[in-house]
Design a binder for this molecule. Structure first.
Ligand code: ADP
Ligand code: MG
Length: 207
């Protein structure tokens, strides 16, 4: 399908996804790779417009099912406009969240909608990352980090400790479900130590 390398970074809010996506991109770019770093929901103009529909306004505006449709619409646009063109030219694409976030948020933590999530993914997305990093850490510590940070990037960060713990369990379950793709990263270490660990794992994939 693709000539490039497709990497996703997943994990609970405050686990360090955005930090590590940036550090990984910087390291690979310094080593001479063509690198695209992007994010979900969003990552393309249309997908960012859908993101605004999801994160602005009354959180109860959408049903869980409608939310899944909107996430898939955004992801399809992101794939068409940003991810696939970059992979086709041989780039390394690093996305801060991808389909595993929908599997966990909508499929596990919110309601038992995983079958709908999987069917829609097969219909309209159809690709998985070559490599997924789940940055794992204690939900309480991650939540404290998230709250210490800027506020308002998205409402997924305001859902409380119990929800974050359910998400953490969901991400760890995905690592069991997809052992060839998903690697669990200890997110409690210093940022540069985590970055070195992840870069070494990517290098192994590039060989
Ligand atoms: P996420 O994108 O997963 O929500 P961020 O990368 O935005 O997480 O990190 C959340 C906060 O924690 C930020 O303030 C960031 O600077 C800080 N942070 C990220 N990684 C680490 C780390 N390994 N150790 C300590 N603080 C970190
Ligand atoms: Mg982030």
């Amino acid at each position: 399908r693709a000539q490039g390398l497709f990497i996703s970074v997943e994990g609970i809010d405050g686990s360090g996804k955005s930090t590590q996506a940036r550090l990984l991109a910087e390291g690979l770019a310094a080593a001479g790779h063509d690198v695209v770093v992007t994010r979900e929901p969003g990552g393309a103009p249309g997908a960012e417009a859908i993101r605004r529909l999801l994160v602005e306004g009354d959180p109860a505006r959408w049903s869980a099912e409608t939310e899944i449709l909107l996430f898939n619409a955004a992801r399809r646009d992101h794939l068409e406009r940003t991810i696939q063109p970059a992979l086709d030219r041989g780039a390394v694409v690093i996305t801060d969240r991808f389909a595993d976030s929908t599997r966990v948020y909508q499929g596990v933590a919110r309601a038992n909608l995983r079958p709908l999530v999987d069917r829609l993914h097969d219909l309209v997305i159809g690709i998985e990352p070559d490599l997924t990093f789940v940055i794992d850490m204690d939900a309480r510590a991650a939540l404290a980090r998230g709250l210490a940070r800027r506020s308002g990037e998205d409402r997924f960060e305001e859902l409380g400790l119990g929800f974050q713990e359910a998400l953490r369990a969901g991400f760890l379950a995905l690592a069991q479900e997809y052992p060839a793709r998903v690697q669990v990263i200890d997110g409690t270490r210093a940022p540069d130590v985590i970055a070195q660990d992840m870069a070494a794992r990517v290098t192994a994939h590039l060989r």
